[in-house]
Write a protein that binds this ligand. Sequence first.
Ligand code: PLP
Length: 390
Amino acid sequence: MDYRSKRVTNLPPYLFSVFQKKKKQLEEQGVDVIDLGIGAPDLPTPPFIVQKLLDESVKPENHRYSNYAGSQEFREAVANFYRRKYGVELNPDEEVLTLVGSKEGIAHLISAVINAGDSVLIPDPGYPVYRSAVSLADGESIYFPLDHQNEYRPNFKSLSQTEIRKAKMIILNYPSNPTAATVNLATFQEAISFAKQHNLALVHDAAYGLVTFGEYEAPSILQVPEAKDIAVEFGSLSKSFNMTGWRIGYIVGSKHLIQSLSLMKSNIDTSQFLPIQKAAAVALQSDLQSVKHNNDIYNNRLSTMLNALKQIGIHVKRPKGTFFIWAPVPIGYTSNEFAEEMLKKAGVIITPGTAFGPSGEGYFRISLSVHTDRLEEAAKRIRQFKGGES
Ligand SMILES: *Cc1c(COP(=O)(O)O)cnc(C)c1O
């Protein structure tokens, strides 16, 4: 008996598990493998957030169901955060919804908005969940290629009229996983105009919105006037407050899109554990010094790794956000070959660019979310990598 539905059978393959298997094999042979493939922070959740969870978790009134839409307290904290950080006004009752992590929200929103056969424009390379979620909704993914020449900004002119006409939704993600590309508000203005002109719902995934370096601050797409008519933005505490396991995020923007997602979700989950929502509210309303502290750590690791790459002839423009480096593979390798070679010769796991879509060919992604000592060891091995070749 095959218990896999067509939807599950048709899911695109998940490339990360292949390298995890190889990692296990090598470790069993006694090889010290350094995993730079991980897409989650290694740093701990700031203590003031953990403390709030501890305090709230012993109160019996917090052991009940949350509202479907999430607690008023958390939704107000998100609205306050948007006012303070971006100067954007949000109605916490209609324009904010609590999510059990943004991944859940992205996947459910797609199912809530598109019909079987509808198309969604998704970034290539991009976060693999977009494509899987479109597939689960029986939709069709149309990749829009992002390339180095255009600094990984969307080039709307590259899309054909047929593709645009078929599409119901477009997804953007800045600062970007995997390319680490960042944009300014002008790119969002252009995207909103494009989406309005073609009746597309615009979904912006801002999972790395607070993970930025130096003077650069990532804009919110809702800072574009009238963006709320057609756009939503996803936010997550996972990457900025090191809370991946807590499963807490939010969606803000168009009340029509949010209403549709909310209706779907009310039949699937009943929001997140109240103490987690309360702790997350405290995080968003903090002075964000803990975020700055983490970003400084990533920024230092970035210098270490960029230097190591330079020494093997790989030059990368310093990214302004995320904890990723997106770099070209040396001449003569495919993405996969280079990743395999790195694992075999240096014991370092990197992610081949093709894991994020066909336009990722010729590139690889390094994650900076491993302990600084281990990252330095990885950098050392990478510097020696070329020597091993000749
Ligand atoms: C990690 C990640 C997410 C999901 O984060 P959650 O933990 O589900 O909130 C969403 N988008 C991108 C691009 C990510 O890298």
